[in-house]
Design a binder for this molecule. Structure first.
Ligand code: NAP
Length: 307
């Protein structure tokens, strides 16, 4: 069976990644798009999800690519209509939203896929296997990028529920919680919030594994020039570094994996498999760490920032 999918929110990530990935993957085809201000080619177009659900009786699945603040009601609407749902990351603006969606998907007997694209980066599985054989001593995460380059014209990202620098930072946390197979807790955090924004531009997190290894993370949106998406892991038997958002792997300084980004096709293969089993994949571990940082982090006001 080929999944007939409708996508909501034809914006940056939908155009950059979802549309080309769907074209590459067997088992799913895009038949409709619901977007208030944009139209796709070769598909039926609707102004919103309600109109798409009403107009597309044969739709199997809905892919939600809007900002997190508005995704919950759309996900509920799609699940209540009996559709399988693919959520962009982060899966909700709150943990309770995601838990409610999981319960609803279970009741409806449909798939809910809370996607974490960075977990599908080329070197993540190899890093996880390498770490599984060792005792982690400490982890250092540096996730530094230029918000003006990556998020131009996205006011939602600076608003409450938009996550600020945790929008990219949660990608690092999604890799961290995938490659380290023991509980991770947040110990403390500092959040730098510009005077004219509601969400942080910088964050420092101190975390620990259940067995006591220290994990430090720095997320910063003010980095110009080369961008940094690195996770360094020291163990009792050598060191590992994931670079380029998880697409490069170094072991004891030597490159082991260097691959182009193919995260979204991998996610669609996963979605096709999940739908075949009407299964749910909705891990909230990365979102919980972000929520914990907002819960107990110290707020450090910083200068106004014009993006
Ligand atoms: P975006 O381009 O700013 O927004 C996507 C689309 O959502 C917009 O084109 C808009 O379409 C719709 N939208 C925006 N604000 C809305 C609102 N208040 N109510 C309803 N619809 C609204 O954002 P994006 O960069 O694609 O990111 C969307 C999601 O994907 C985010 O959760 C982000 O974390 C995730 N993501 C983004 C990237 C990236 O590189 N940008 C990478 C990975 C994941 P209409 O106005 O036409 O309805």
């Amino acid at each position: 069976m080929t999944i007939r999918a409708g996508l909501v929110g034809l914006g940056k990530i939908a155009r950059d990644q979802h549309l080309p990935a769907i074209l590459k993957i067997d088992g799913i085809e895009l038949v409709a798009i619901a977007s208030r201000n944009a139209q796709g080619e070769g598909v039926h177009n609707y102004p919103d999800l309600g109109a798409m659900l009403a107009g597309e009786a044969g739709l199997d699945a809905v892919i939600l690519c809007q900002p997190p603040q508005v995704r919950y009601h759309a996900a509920r609407q799609a699940l209540l209509a009996g559709k399988h749902v693919f959520l962009e990351k982060p899966p909700g603006a709150t943990v309770s939203e995601v838990e409610a969606l999981v319960a609803l998907a279970r009741r409806q007997g449909v798939t809910l896929y809370a996607s974490w694209h960075s977990r599908h980066a080329a070197a993540v599985a190899a890093a996880k296997a390498w770490i599984a054989e060792r005792k982690v001593a400490r982890i250092d995460i540096q996730w530094r990028e230029d918000v003006r380059h990556w998020h131009p014209g996205q006011p939602w990202i600076w608003e409450a529920g938009g996550f600020g620098v945790f929008d990219p930072g949660i990608n690092a946390l999604s890799i961290l919680t995938e490659i380290v197979q023991e509980p991770i807790t947040l110990l403390s955090a500092e959040l730098e919030v510009p005077a004219n924004k509601q969400a942080p531009i910088g964050a420092m997190l101190q975390m620990a594994t259940a067995s006591g290894a220290a994990i430090d993370a720095v997320f910063d949106w003010r980095q110009t020039g080369p961008q940094t998406w690195d996770i360094a892991v020291e163990t009792d038997q050598g060191s590992l570094r994931l670079s380029d958002g998880g697409n490069m792997l170094y072991l004891d300084g030597a490159v082991q994996v260097k691959a182009p980004d193919a995260e979204y096709p991998a996610m669609y293969r996963r979605f096709v498999d999940l739908v075949a089993d009407k299964a749910i994949d909705a891990d909230t571990a990365p979102l919980r760490l972000v929520a914990d940082a907002f819960l107990c982090g110290r707020h450090c006001p910083t200068a106004a920032f014009e993006d």
